[in-house]
Design a protein around this ligand. Structure first.
Ligand code: PXP
Length: 239
């Protein structure tokens, strides 16, 4: 069964725009779970532009909620995350000036650092994932680093679809990486820039077990509501 992870960072973006307390990401986490999300993703960025420490703490304290906390390799963030103890961790690259995560981790130049971080989370029995580009060499490195899962950055693929360009080569890269990762015992996730169309195409790859989707779900929910949008995505990833 493929799973749907809903990223609720932009609920916090809307709240922060007013500097008040509404809409509350904690409430959103409970609500999307009730509407069928298999997990919730939140990104505790170094600049705290959306989710804040208290949000992460409150959301991770919700019983029976699978929370996937995205974090960079920043020492203070790692220390915080070890204290917050989410069920899942996804390590992502972070650049202060980016609008959103722009690509996968550079595993080669950060291999030792990532190995240390992954082992710290594994000791706490926290499932740990690396956000990577669809490159064969990164699957091998993920195995060496000891990651439980990889999340393949699908932003480039999703943009090719949105701009009606040929996406076959990028799709093959994602597929080949997914197959190799699964063969090596690494669970495969996919995320970034996904909408109904790109998710539908990727859902044909058997090895992808989890989709993490944020911006499109929040945007579409303005028109159709979380319940309907989540229902539609669940149907797409099942088919
Ligand atoms: N997966 C990861 C690792 C991300 O960093 C993000 C963006 O925070 C997403 C998935 C969701 O991307 P989007 O908001 O474009 O759906």
């Amino acid at each position: 069964m493929k799973r749907l992870g809903v990223n609720i960072d932009h609920v916090a973006t809307v709240r922060n725009a007013r500097g008040e307390t509404h809409p509350d990401p904690y409430k959103a986490a409970l609500f999307v779970k009730k509407k069928g999300a298999d997990s919730i993703t939140i990104h505790l960025r170094e600049d705290r532009r959306h989710i804040r420490d208290l949000d992460a703490k409150r959301i991770c304290s919700i019983k029976k909620l699978n929370v996937n906390l995205e974090i960079s390799t920043n020492k203070r963030i790692i220390k915080n995350a070890l204290k917050i103890k989410p069920k899942y961790i996804c390590i992502v690259p972070e650049n202060r000036n980016e609008i959103t995560t722009e690509g996968g981790l550079n595993l080669f130049s950060n291999k030792k650092k990532l190995k240390d971080i992954v082992s710290k989370f594994k000791q706490k029995k926290i499932r740990t994932s690396l956000f990577i580009n669809p490159k064969i060499k990164d699957i091998k490195l993920s195995k060496d680093i000891g990651a439980d899962c990889i999340e393949i950055h699908t932003g480039y693929f999703a943009n090719l679809i949105k701009s009606k360009k040929n996406y076959n080569e990028e799709l093959s890269k994602i597929k080949n990486c997914s197959i190799l990762a699964a063969k090596n015992g690494i669970e495969v996730h996919a995320g970034h820039g996904l909408d109904y169309k790109s998710t539908k195409i990727l859902s044909r790859i058997n090895e992808i077990k989890e989709f993490n989707i944020g911006h499109f779900i929040i945007g579409e929910s303005i028109f159709f509501g979380f319940a309907n949008v989540i229902k539609k995505f669940k149907k797409i990833i099942k088919s």
